[in-house]
Design a protein around this ligand. Structure first.
Ligand code: DC
Length: 233
């Protein structure tokens, strides 16, 4: 038996956090990164920034060749400080625009384009390669960083996810939010390239009945255990 992980032990690994929207992924990933003194990587923000560029250029998000042609000419930069997440497109902050309803509607189509994924996955690997990271997305444990010390797949019931999303958006009808969530999840799970799925070896955590703090406590323990097991074994 290995000793219980110490809260003070230094975490040097990678946590891959995947799952659909509304599972609390972003809030959990950020707080976990803060506790582990790790980088926080929001890969969804990167796909959203490319989507902003597509919309600004007046390109149809369903026109895959046109989207692919655009991605090489733009620069997406994300801050990995969990206290101050920010996303820049061609040098300018786009933190609000990446969360707009227009961006959210178009992002699934843009993120299904193979050239977009290749471009962003290369960038994500280079960021994660710099050191301890909590990375969140849809394909972190399956494609971006399959050797992560800890892989987690967050889920929650559809009703709970819709309620959480509606709370974030404020004032949007619950049925509309639920329909939009379902559309995006179906699209993200059925696309040909890197579909959303539970990665091999991932621990599934159903967050429906858990608070954010309870989820973070659980993952912090798993993360610290994973490195002590890795370094003992
Ligand atoms: O996590 P989010 O809602 O900000 O993600 C926005 C979209 O980006 C989501 O609908 C699917 C896509 N995405 C992806 O395909 N792969 C990732 N690693 C992260 C997000």
């Amino acid at each position: 038996m290995s000793a219980p992980p110490s809260r003070n032990s230094v975490f040097r690994g990678v946590v891959a956090l995947d799952g659909p929207s509304g599972t609390g992924k972003s809030t959990v990933a950020r707080e976990l990164a803060r506790r582990l003194d790790a980088q926080y990587l929001d890969t969804g923000a990167m796909y959203r920034a490319v989507t902003v560029a597509v919309l600004r250029a007046g390109v149809d998000s369903d026109d895959a060749p046109a989207v692919a042609a655009l991605v090489g000419g733009i620069e997406v930069l994300v801050s990995t400080d969990p206290a101050r997440p920010s996303t820049r497109l061609d040098g300018r902050p786009v933190d609000e625009e990446i969360r707009s309803p227009e961006t959210t509607r178009a992002v699934s189509a843009v993120s299904a384009v193979a050239a977009v994924r290749e471009h962003l996955v290369a960038q994500q690997r280079s960021i994660i390669g710099r050191g301890a990271t909590v990375a969140e997305g849809r394909d972190i444990g399956s494609v971006v960083w399959p050797d992560a010390e800890l892989k987690v797949y967050l889920t929650a019931s559809e009703a709970v996810r819709a309620r959480r999303r509606a709370g974030e958006l404020g004032g949007t009808d619950l049925n509309t939010v639920a329909a939009e969530l379902r559309r995006r999840d179906d699209f993200d799970s059925s696309r040909a390239v890197s579909p959303l799925r539970r990665p091999d070896g991932a621990t599934e955590v159903d967050t429906s009945a858990l608070s954010i703090d309870e989820v973070v406590d659980l993952l912090e323990n798993l993360a610290r255990q994973s490195v002590s097991v890795a370094s003992n074994g």
